[in-house]
Ligand binder design. Structure first.
Ligand code: MBD
Ligand code: FE
Length: 272
């Protein structure tokens, strides 16, 4: 993104953040004997990352866990996790019968995601907002990996009077950082795989509470112990249960087997 619409830090904080960063980088160059060749490679790499539109991806992959830790690490309630580079605000508000927007023949297994939202001290929160986004069953995000429908597998919904929600979606696949881009090429050069385990993104909010941004993972996922971003937390790893009995299918009006995921969120009070 360019055009200078991002506000810039000013005053003492700018001085701290920028000058300290430069100081650390200068010390790094000295202590590692960085050559001109390496310096020019770094410049070329960053230019390529920018041109490929991968600055958010690169920074989120290598640095966002620390920003999340600093800002959310000490809060009570459900553990936070990265927003990542693929959130889009203002996804459609969805209503009964709750389902995330899907293409006509959306690939993948049906996932029925349900749960509750509570305060950290256990009170159910009616009217809490869940803002959900996820990759599809091939690991692709709408607007970033495919253009249309723009809000595919993205939607917002509210909890009911008991603070509960349910929504039909599809089981996501793991996300692989594109091999052709500079971030993917860097990971390959490092000898690392480029996968994140399959995950559901969610922002949960309610008046009077801090907004929770987190992700849910799936036990047994092949990449659960080697997330390229290193963002998986044990309390966010969930179990999917497969349902194929006629009674279960009938109860949900479904014609094929589905997976169910139940997860309860708890929100920290607003920071003082
Ligand atoms: C993703 O899908 C993601 O969620 C994060 C945090 C980083 C890269 C890709
Ligand atoms: Fe993601």
């Amino acid at each position: 993104m360019s055009g200078g619409k991002t506000p810039i830090l000013t005053g003492a904080r700018l001085e701290t953040v920028f000058c300290e960063l430069v100081k650390e980088l200068r010390a790094f160059i000295l202590s590692h004997d960085v050559s001109y060749d390496e310096y020019h490679q770094a410049l070329g790499f960053l230019a390529e990352v920018g041109a490929a539109g991968e600055l958010p991806l690169l920074l989120d992959v290598f640095l966002e866990t620390m920003v999340d830790e600093v800002n959310n690490g000490r809060k009570p309630g459900t553990a936070s996790c990265l927003e990542g580079p693929f959130y889009v605000p203002a996804a459609p508000l969805i209503r009964r019968p709750y389902a995330l927007p899907q293409r006509e023949n959306e690939p993948g297994e049906i996932l029925l995601f349900s749960g509750a939202v509570r305060s950290a001290d256990g009170r159910p929160l009616a009217g809490a907002m869940l803002d959900l986004w996820q990759a599809d069953a091939t690991g692709a995000y709408s607007q970033f990996n495919y253009p249309e429908p723009r809000y595919n597998l993205r939607g917002r919904l509210q909890t009911n009077e008991e603070g509960r929600f349910h929504v039909r979606t599809v089981v996501p696949a793991g996300y692989e950082i594109p091999k052709a881009g500079p971030t993917g090429k860097l990971l390959a050069a490092l000898g690392r795989h480029a996968f994140r385990p399959a995950h559901l993104h969610v922002k949960v909010s309610h008046e009077g509470f801090g907004q929770l941004t987190t992700q849910l993972y799936i036990a047994g996922d092949p990449w659960i112990d080697s997330d390229v971003v290193g963002a998986v937390k044990p309390s966010l790893v969930t179990r999917l249960t497969r349902h194929d009995s006629p009674a279960d299918l009938e109860a949900h009006g479904l014609k094929r087997p589905y997976f169910a995921l139940d997860y309860d969120f708890s929100l920290a009070p607003l920071a003082a």
